[in-house]
Design a protein around this ligand. Structure first.
Ligand SMILES: NC(=O)c1ccc[n+]([C@@H]2O[C@H](COP(=O)([O-])OP(=O)(O)OC[C@H]3O[C@@H](n4cnc5c(N)ncnc54)[C@H](O)[C@@H]3O)[C@@H](O)[C@H]2O)c1
Length: 335
């Protein structure tokens, strides 16, 4: 299936995006509005320290229904899920570091809230299709590379454990109750509308900010860890393809990048694109070292062969567009 024919699947449909004021959810909302003839509802709790940002939808706000609420409320989600055709379930605490500092908060957002949503669907809308965004962090330190979906699971932190649990919930509700669910395990994702006001959501957005500011980009160790990454538009494509495909139901798919790049090469690329900044090597902070997983990148062969997805955007093009976006909209992301 190509993007031109998945568009038709969404026309005239009602779609709920949980976490839709966040980075990936808001980019998805923009794409759906572009498709047209789609009823989009966003629920987002604007949880402190997360990527929720009202500016992310400022130019489509009159075309989406917005509810500021936590999905961990039976009352709220029971009213919301009835009559919806698709749920893109992106509401989540995403910081691996924060999950180690505040484990109960991560548990609430990534497990309890997910069960609340699934229970509401079981009672009020078992016909709905749900796409859940998980993370490749569920694999932990790689035994082999690239990571495929058969790689052993050994999450290195609380967030990875809770995301894996939520995957199992989604797949269980498919097997036992027939709710059409699918899980995507995302790799590092970057692009416009990402949180940039602290450095606890991964190195990519923070490096982008430091490079734009012309500051020293701090590399932990020598920055030799090799990573893949996806531009957010490609991730939105994967979400919509999975939503539109019957073959995706009950399945887990990795996403991944086609270019593997070291953290240090990534920093150098940013410096050359912004023509600012420099690299500064510092020792690993004690809170990061134990949850760092070294070289890691994913195979996207399964989603490519089953759904026809592959990333389209080069790192060079994706980063140029991203830098351009933040240079124009700096005031809304530099808080
Ligand atoms: N960004 C990445 O690199 C990446 C990598 C792997 C997986 N993912 C997954 O993709 C999804 C989206 O991530 P993102 O980068 O857009 O994060 P984000 O922080 O930008 O957005 C998440 C949004 O969810 C909201 N939220 C959290 N808990 C909620 C709750 N209980 N009720 C209502 N709203 C709630 C937050 O307020 C926030 O707006 C998450 O499931 C994340 O685990 C992202």
């Amino acid at each position: 299936m190509t993007s031109s024919n998945y568009f038709n699947e969404y026309k005239g449909r009602s779609i709920l995006i949980t976490g839709g004021l966040g980075f990936i959810g808001s980019n998805l909302a923009h794409r759906l509005i572009q498709i047209g003839d789609v009823e989009v509802t966003i629920i987002d709790g604007l949880l402190p320290g997360q990527g929720g940002n009202r500016f992310n939808i400022h130019n489509i706000e009159d075309r989406v229904r917005l509810l500021i609420a936590d999905i961990n409320s039976d009352y709220v989600v029971n009213h919301l899920v009835g009559g919806v055709d698709y749920i893109f379930n992106l509401a989540s605490s995403v910081s691996h570091l924060d999950s180690m500092l505040y484990p109960h908060q991560d548990l609430q957002s990534n497990c309890a809230a997910q069960l609340t949503l699934l229970e509401a669907c079981r009672h009020s809308n078992p016909q709905v299709k749900i796409i859940y965004t998980s993370t490749r962090q569920v694999y932990g330190r790689p035994v082999y590379l690239p990571l495929d979906e058969r790689h052993p699971l050994s999450p290195p932190d609380i967030n990875g454990i809770n995301k894996l649990t939520a995957e199992y919930y989604h797949l269980l509700y498919h097997r036992v109750y027939g709710i059409r669910t699918a899980c995507l395990r995302l790799t590092n994702t970057y692009g416009p509308r990402q949180l940039l006001h602290h450095n606890r959501q991964g190195f990519i957005p923070w490096f982008i900010r430091q490079a734009i500011d012309g500051e020293a980009i701090e590399l932990f160790g020598e920055g030799k860890q090799r990573r893949d990454m996806n531009f957010v538009d490609d991730v939105v494509d994967a979400l919509l393809l999975a939503g539109a495909s019957k073959d995706a139901e009950g399945e887990i798919f990795n996403l991944g990048g086609s270019e593997i790049i070291s953290v240090s090469e990534f920093a150098q690329k940013l410096i050359s694109l912004t023509e600012r900044g420099q690299v500064h090597n510092i020792p690993f902070p004690p809170e990061n070292q134990p949850i760092d997983i070294g070289n890691v990148y994913s195979s996207y062969q399964k989603i490519e062969s089953m759904l026809g997805w592959q990333p389209q955007t080069s790192i060079h093009k994706g980063l140029s567009d991203t830098i351009n976006f933040y240079q124009k909209n700096r005031a809304h992301y530099w808080k």
